[in-house]
Design a protein around this ligand. Sequence first.
Ligand SMILES: *Cc1c(COP(=O)(O)O)cnc(C)c1O
Length: 393
Amino acid sequence: MEEESCYTFDFDRHMDPERFERIKAFAADKETPFVVIDLERIGDKYDELRRLLPYAKVYYAVKANPDDEILKMLIARGCHFDIASVFELDQMLRLGARPDDLSYGNTIKKARHIAYAYEKGVRLFSTDSEEDVRKLAANAPGSKVFFRLLTDGSGADWPLSRKFGAHPDTIYRLILLAAELGLDPYGVSFHVGSQQRDIGQWDNAIATCRYLFDSVAQEGVHLRMINLGGGFPANYVSPTHDIELYSQEITRFLEEDFGDQAPEILIEPGRSLVGDAGVLVSEVVLVSKKSEFNQYSWVYLDVGKFGGLIETIDEAIKYPIFVDAGGAPKEAILAGPTCDSMDILYEDTKYEVPGDITEGDRVYIFTTGAYTTSYSSVNFNGFPPLKAYIFRG
Ligand SMILES: *Cc1c(COP(=O)(O)O)cnc(C)c1O
């Protein structure tokens, strides 16, 4: 994790001032906390990705932000979707997505949920274990299956390591087993870790895919697809390379390993599509000091870890924050409103706040379109789940 001694909000990097004024006006009469979702910005991000990786089929990772309006807009643009449960499946079908455009990307699923998805027309599943391959063969016969490689998540601000994927030797066995059981071994997938700042991680994973393609070809199984997963960045405090560079480099890695025999390419962006489109509007509840001569003020907001900012665990994701108040800047510790002591947002990383900050000031937390509403608790301390408003400005 990166050491960040003190953070000062930077409009140039995080928000166009004119657009911010429109969002502020839209938010002015609404009771905090809530996220404003700028739908057009998500559409722009989707179009940009299509332009930069024209050969890739985009499967939006629904879990990043499952708001109906976002999903409907993406359906209308021809996006595909990575779903993780039958509940997300039902939601997508209700909104008019075609089963052919869905990928059941969770390697952990009940047999009866596989059967349900199959009955609804889903024919694309991910897997990473023998038990799951057997469940798929029994409940989704003949379906396309892709095999998830283990990656270590290094370089990522929000690693997904260990829980998902299997070692290449195990994947090799699973591919042959799937063929034997009448499934269609379609390709290999991986996820290099969310908010991945080291583009080279895709290089390693793609090289392992090449190796697996060759190994199973010797046994007569011809894989046709690589799923590059998510991991593309949103614009938080710690800088990343541009999405242009990610696209260029990934394209180069694919060319190096596959030349002109390129397989079909899928990507599953979540964070990079929706993250930048969210502005969480919050309010100061209390400003206090633990002792008279303590250097730092504690600033308690009406949103915290349980209200949608769980990715501040270990201060992993550092959101850009702007406080609408005056006075000479001072460093503060930011915390949420609930009665759990883990509900502190940033303590090691000091955020700069205006000296006159006081109860009732509005606090704008940027890049909060991903993993906020979907991660918010239902009723902890009685606080309701984080609301969202769609902004079509
Ligand atoms: C969460 C998830 C994604 C999205 O990852 P981001 O880093 O948010 O883009 C993609 N694929 C799978 C399988 C996931 O679990």
